[in-house]
Design a protein around this ligand. Structure first.
Ligand code: AMP
Length: 549
């Protein structure tokens, strides 16, 4: 017997319709490339996303055709999110920090038809347009009078001129909720990038889950600042969850320096912000230097790479902001786990609670996870045993776009497919995940594994260290030994021996790095993560000190 409830597909258009009808006057504030602040509402976004849909119809885009963006977080990007997906096309957000060759490759692989870009990326578009063979229209996200006269880019139109003649009425089509809605290529440090292809169903389910109290706890009373870019995994789904709850949204545009982000938080009374550790590090540095405090921000979700305990403590103790440490990936839309305490933890002393908050957290309903050993067998959840982390769920990929890389899933005894994350982790008795490393970054010393994340976290807890990256270096006796590359804070001083001494008592003796390498900068990739492959190349000629042999 089937249930007798209405069978309505979960569609992205329903999110914007809901936001317009129930939260039409909630504000959407954007810092624009032009430098000014722009204000609109969910009603304004809804009306203009319908204009976008009409413009796509007039351009004769078919269902599932891809519309690419190279854009900062802003209201026009949000209108594209809804106009493109709502009308049945696929929004393909491209990371502008990728190399131009990769961008051209990605646009061709995705067979993008239209590419919309912020004017900051005009030089990039000029560099790649001739190689993008499927794009038939280039749209600059600006007013008609800001369109550069002789850009050399063919079929270039300003966004405002493109949508101006269009009606703001549009009947969002009904479609299969499994239809493709968006795509994002993984950063792909080796080989060509592969695309996760999201569906309406996966996006709406993820939007529900992300808003839950033990996840981002989003409400209509929040003012939300996604610093995490809309060009990487849909700004962690915030543009969708925000419509679902009808909160105020604040977009930072290109202004990601500490001062700009702090001012936006204060001026727009932001209560909740989301970003990767590197962004927050810049902001905390600015606040420290100028003795600033938040007046409205009460929580922040930090993920994308391991959030150092020193940062969690600074937010929590110095600035009174609750840090929610999160883990996820492009292939997971992206949320997998988020760290909030359970009822039984409330009676624990503060230091024990803090130790739990440092972990990447508990699985969100909808994500099933497990750790397995080299033989593929399940490993215990004891908080000590580490293994390869596998996940499954309705917003986890089952394969990549165009079947690239073949079938990525690992089958269990019941034939269910699990996605191998490439992360190594422990899970404790309470289901709290802790990421040890990317599997390729784990340091294997004398048959034991050393977590490079642990080594980095200790280094950045030293007051003189701004950033740290730990890699394994070949060793004749131990296979590999850890060394840590560090960037000092401006004006701060620490010697190699002082930093090595700082590790004493904080980790097992054999895990203490063999050497400290002081560097000017640590290479950061397109999504704000440390590029260990590049660091290894840079340290190619490095030799361990003889005392370590
Ligand atoms: P991406 O698909 O580019 O977002 O990268 C996903 C990868 O980032 C994950 O597989 C992890 O290796 C890493 N990552 C994301 N969040 C965290 C976190 N909170 N702690 C440690 N690593 C993380």
């Amino acid at each position: 017997m089937l249930g007798l409830m209405q069978d309505q597909p979960l569609l992205i258009s329903s999110l914007i319709e809901f936001a317009e009808r129930h939260h039409g006057d909630a504000e959407i504030v954007s810092r624009r490339v032009e430098g000014d602040l722009h204000r609109t509402t969910w009603s304004g976004i809804a009306a203009r996303s319908r204009k976008v849909a009409n413009a796509l119809d007039e351009d004769k885009l078919l269902q599932s055709d891809r519309v690419a963006t190279l854009a900062w977080n802003g209201y026009r990007h949000l209108e594209l999110y809804y106009g493109v997906s709502g009308s049945g096309r696929v929004i393909h957000t491209i990371n502008p920090r990728l190399h131009p060759d990769q961008i051209a490759w990605i646009a061709n692989h995705a067979e993008d038809q239209i590419l919309c870009f912020d004017l900051s990326f005009l030089p990039l578009v000029q560099a790649v347009h001739a190689r993008c063979t499927t794009i038939r229209r280039w749209v600059a996200l600006c007013d008609a009078d800001k369109l550069p006269a002789d850009s050399g880019v063919p079929n270039l139109v300003s966004y405002e001129a493109w949508i101006a003649p269009q009606s703001d009425e549009y009947d969002w089509p009904d479609m299969d909720e499994n239809s493709a809605s968006g795509m994002c290529y993984t950063s792909g440090t080796t080989g060509n990038p592969k695309a996760a292809l999201y569906s309406h169903r996966s996006t709406v389910l993820h939007a529900y889950a992300a808003a839950l109290p033990d996840v981002m706890c989003l409400t209509a009373r929040d003012s939300v600042l996604p610093v995490v870019p809309m060009f990487h995994v849909n700004a962690w789904g915030i543009p969708y969850s925000a419509a679902l709850v009808g909160c105020k949204l604040v977009f930072p545009g290109p202004g990601l320096d500490g001062k700009s982000v702090f001012e936006l938080i204060e001026n727009e009374k932001v209560t909740f912000a989301a970003g990767v550790p590197t962004v927050w590090q810049m902001m905390l540095g600015h606040m420290d230097a100028n003795a600033l405090r938040f007046s409205t921000l009460n929580r922040t979700v930090i993920g994308g790479s391991a959030c150092p305990p020193a940062m969690i403590n600074a937010f929590q103790q110095k600035f009174g902001v609750n840090v929610l440490h999160a883990w996820g990936m492009t292939e997971m839309s992206p949320l997998g786990t988020l760290c909030t305490l359970k009822n039984k933890h409330l009676a624990m002393p503060a230091d024990k609670q803090t130790a739990i908050r440092m972990k990447q957290g508990r699985a969100i309903f909808g994500v099933d996870m497990k750790i397995v050993g080299e033989d593929g067998k399940d490993l215990p959840w004891d908080g000590k045993t580490y293994g390869d982390l596998l996940v499954r769920g309705p917003w986890v990929v089952k394969e990549y776009f165009k079947g690239e890389g073949g079938d990525p899933l690992v089958r269990d005894a019941q034939g269910r497919g699990w996605f191998p994350t490439g992360d190594v982790a422990t899970i404790d008795e309470d289901g709290f995940l802790q990421i040890t490393d990317r599997s390729k970054d784990v340091i294997k010393s004398g048959g034991e594994w050393i977590s490079s994340i642990d080594i980095e976290n200790i280094a950045v807890a030293h007051p003189a260290i701004a950033m740290a990256a730990c890699i394994g270096v070949a060793h004749p006796k131990w296979d590999e030994r850890p060394v840590v590359a560090v960037v000092k804070k401006p004006g701060a001083e620490v010697t190699r021996d002082e930093l090595l001494a700082f590790y004493t008592g904080k980790t097992a003796k054999w895990q203490i790095p063999d050497d400290v390498i002081f560097v000017e900068a640590i290479p950061i990739g397109a999504t704000g993560k440390i590029l260990k492959t590049r660091l290894r190349e840079q340290l190619h000629d490095y030799k361990l000190p003889t005392s370590a042999a």
